[in-house]
Design a protein around this ligand. Structure first.
Ligand code: HXC
Length: 260
């Protein structure tokens, strides 16, 4: 299927969604958010996609935020609709059975940072810059920034980043836990590929369940979270993957998981 504002392809188990509006530094307008939502709904049911990578086209930007030229004349109803579109799409990313990796190739600002923070893992080019510049435009982050960033880096850092609107480097983002890996721009997709392949070697049900338990448990108290983990852990013993994984170990050869 051809999209106007993004590219999507699947190769060797890796789906790659590339936001493709390089002239506007891949800014997210409502059409783009709608297309992202459609693509994610396809990915959700596509068993050929084991890992989803989200990136931006060109060398300059991942996503430089929501599209300011569209937002400038919006009224509150239209603003709420735009935010709702983004929330739906970003929620779908979080709920996908696949692990999602943001390959942050450049400016990752505002709605772009919020998109990256909806992914499971963030890998950034050393040249990428991160920030929530919304207050400089007279608005607050509206695609989850006050919530997801805070959960990732804590209230103090989130407030510093959001209230100053200042950009931070990929290295700084890594130090505060907003980015997992930083590599040279030329090595970005190689690194992402390497992580994806490590993930794809493992038991598919277990990987899917691990994401689920981590996310669903994050908002629970520790005892309830542990009890939930125990239930999920026990369920893995009903899978063929568990038999295969443990037998292969004991027989000293690699496991061939079938995801059942
Ligand atoms: C629309 C954008 C854009 C954006 C860049 N462009 N960011 N258009 N929305 N968010 C456009 C520019 O207007 C310009 O178009 C072209 O992309 C290249 O950008 P330049 O500014 O010329 O590049 P440069 O000088 O290198 O500066 C790069 C930059 C800057 C630092 C990233 O573009 C910038 O500050 N952008 C805005 C970042 C921002 O405030 N994002 C947060 C948006 S609010 P022309 O036509 O002139 O070539 C947000 C809220 C989310 O995301 C929640 C809302 C509900």
């Amino acid at each position: 299927k051809n999209y106007e504002n993004l590219l999507f392809d699947v190769k060797d188990g890796i789906g790659t969604l590339t936001i493709n509006r390089p002239k506007s530094l891949n800014a997210l307008n409502s059409d783009t958010l709608r297309e992202i939502g459609e693509t994610l709904n396809e990915v959700k049911d596509n068993t050929d996609v084991k890992v989803l990578v989200i990136t931006g086209s060109g060398q300059k930007a991942f996503v430089a935020g929501a599209d300011i030229s569209q937002m400038v004349s919006m009224n509150p109803i239209e603003a709420a609709a735009l935010s709702e579109l983004a929330h739906k799409a970003f929620h779908t990313i979080q709920e996908l059975p696949q692990i999602t990796i943001a390959a942050v190739n450049g400016y990752c600002l505002g709605g772009g940072f919020e998109l990256a923070n909806s992914c499971d893992i963030r890998v950034a080019a050393a040249t990428a810059k991160f920030g929530q510049p919304e207050v400089g435009l007279g608005i607050v982050p509206g695609f989850g920034g006050t919530q997801r960033l805070t959960r990732l880096v804590g209230r103090g850092k989130a407030k510093e980043i959001i209230a100053t609107g200042a950009q931070i480097t990929a290295q700084e983002a890594k130090e505060i836990g907003a980015v997992e890996e930083v590599v040279e721009l030329d090595d970005l997709m190689t690194k992402v590929d390497e992580i994806a392949h490590k993930i794809m070697k493992n038991g598919p049900v277990a990987v899917r369940m691990a994401k689920y338990v981590i996310d669903k448990g994050a908002d629970l108290d520790l005892d309830t979270g542990i009890a939930f983990e125990t239930q999920m852990w026990a369920q893995t013993f009903a899978t063929e993957d568990q038999k295969e994984g443990m037998t292969a170990f004991l027989e000293k050869h690699g496991a061939k998981f079938n995801g059942k």
